[in-house]
Design a binder for this molecule. Structure first.
Ligand SMILES: [Zn+2]
Length: 83
């Protein structure tokens, strides 16, 4: 038994690129964009964005964690637990 899928009504959706109303359903292969042009434009935009962000990300937090896990630092003094 499968869940009955709600009937897909074609929704009108403003294109994120040009704000033109477009259909947000299966008849629009470029959704959420209105056209291939808008879709391509946005994809290109995203690609450049990620190129800018991507890079040798050195995380100082990671270095701190690594230092805290240093085995030579975790050795407690060998006094017996008095109990
Ligand atoms: Zn558009």
């Amino acid at each position: 038994m499968r869940k009955k899928k709600a009937p897909q009504k074609s929704r009108i959706w403003p294109c994120p690129k040009c704000r033109k109303s477009c259909r947000f359903d299966e008849s629009n292969p470029f959704r959420p964009f209105c056209s291939e042009r808008c879709k391509n434009f946005d994809t290109a935009n995203w690609a450049t964005e990620s190129y800018r962000i991507a890079g040798p990300a050195t995380d100082p937090q990671q270095d701190l964690e690594f230092a805290a896990k240093d085995p030579s630092a975790s050795g407690q003094d060998d006094s017996e637990p008095g109990s």
